[in-house]
Write a protein that binds this ligand. Structure first.
Ligand SMILES: Cc1cc2nc3c(=O)[nH]c(=O)nc-3n(C[C@H](O)[C@H](O)[C@H](O)COP(=O)(O)OP(=O)(O)OC[C@H]3O[C@@H](n4cnc5c(N)ncnc54)[C@H](O)[C@@H]3O)c2cc1C
Ligand code: FES
Length: 335
């Protein structure tokens, strides 16, 4: 497969504003990256010209405005990217001082973003806190593709509905509510302190939805704190629904060179080989019964027991920045 292009750009800051106590939105003009960007992918930002902090910091796309050949109503949207960030430490504190008009070193687009689950009529987007940010870009893309669904019949052509479930500690810790509303989506909201919507967790909303509505044809897309994602994975496993999760593992290089973002996943290759062996062995056992009777086949099967028994969870480490940050939830070993 051809490697995906990655650009390093000095992007001009078009807009930078506070949108909550410790949430900010940063809009960068960089058509080179906006042209290629997909929801769920990310950029690495060098937040300072000095060596402090030394490493770039990763941020998901909150909104993507790819450059278009057609004339736009708002020329300022031409080839821009927007990120929504939460101030947590040195790098993000430094970012709050960035001024409109300044230039910022941006590397991207990086990683593997969300992909549409074929043949599913409902997309459920479930996010927590700042993890809601990349779901806004994904919802925008799904809505766009819904609009021209005839042309996209192979991927999201069956998609009829998008349901958004979002939560946070309090009402000011959930980004994107206005953007979802603008897309015509009515997000269901949960806050831990009860300041907005249902008092509880976004995963409570998900359980309620799945128990009461069934939603057998749903596919889930999720981002948020790790314990939330682990719970989403558990619930979707119980309901046997496909689920993609965006993991915000700590990253140093962001391009697959340092192995600093290791994610433990099930090893499908080994498991697959073993399952094939089981299938072959079971097929052979049926064949054997036909030929030599049940008694003999029974003792033969006993010999195979160690292989047929539930195989141990084979695992390996993959790079969150290259093979992710979006993974199938059932591949992750949640420990
Ligand atoms: C693929 C990806 C996408 C991301 N998208 C966004 C986004 O859209 N908006 C946003 O606000 N943040 C996002 N993050 C998290 C963001 O990169 C970190 O919050 C940021 O790097 C912290 O930098 P800092 O220098 O301020 O904090 P540091 O001084 O490095 O750390 C301060 C605190 O932040 C925590 N922290 C550091 N890195 C992470 C991380 N990767 N995830 C969770 N906690 C972390 C540390 O544990 C520590 O407690 C994303 C991370 C990844 C890997
Ligand atoms: S951050 Fe360096 S390999 Fe992923």
């Amino acid at each position: 497969m051809k490697p995906k292009p990655i650009k390093e750009v000095k992007a001009r800051i078009q807009q930078h504003r506070r949108v909550g106590v410790d949430y900010f939105r940063l809009r960068l003009l960089c058509p080179e990256i906006a042209r290629l960007a997909q929801p769920g992918q990310f950029v690495m930002l060098r937040v300072s010209d000095s060596s402090d902090p030394l490493l770039r910091r990763p941020f998901s796309f909150f909104r993507i405005f790819p450059p278009q050949t057609k004339k736009r109503k708002r020329p300022e949207d031409e080839g821009a990217l927007e990120i929504c960030y939460q101030v947590v430490g040195r790098g993000t504190s430094r970012m709050t001082q960035l001024r409109e008009g300044e230039r910022l070193d941006v590397l991207g687009p990086l990683g593997k973003g969300f992909w549409p689950e074929e043949g599913r009529s409902l997309a459920i987007l479930i996010g927590g806190g700042i993890g809601v940010a990349p779901l806004v870009a994904w919802a925008e893309q799904l809505r766009r593709e819904q609009g021209k669904k005839k042309r996209f019949s192979k991927t999201s052509g069956n998609l009829k509905e998008v349901l958004v479930l979002i939560g946070g500690k309090s009402r000011d810790k959930i980004p994107g509510i206005r953007e979802f509303m603008r897309m015509g989506l009515e997000p269901q909201i949960a806050t831990e302190d009860g300041s907005l919507g249902f008092q509880g967790l976004a995963t409570d909303l998900l359980e309620r939805e799945l128990v009461t509505q069934g939603h057998k044809s749903a596919a889930l897309y999720s981002c948020g704190p790790l314990p939330m994602l682990a719970r989403v994975a558990q619930i979707t496993d119980q309901f046997d629904l496909p689920c993609q999760v965006l993991l915000e593992s700590r990253m140093a290089c962001g391009v697959g060179a340092c192995l600093g973002c290791a994610v433990k996943v099930r090893d499908r290759t080994l498991r697959g080989a073993l399952e094939d062996e089981d299938a072959r062995a079971q097929g052979a056992a049926v064949h054997l019964e036909d030929r030599c009777g049940e008694e003999m086949a029974g003792s033969w099967r006993e010999g195979l027991a160690p292989i047929i028994a539930e195989p141990p969870a084979f695992f390996r480490y993959v790079r969150g920045c290259k093979e992710g940050p979006v993974f199938e939830a059932r591949d992750i070993l949640w420990e």
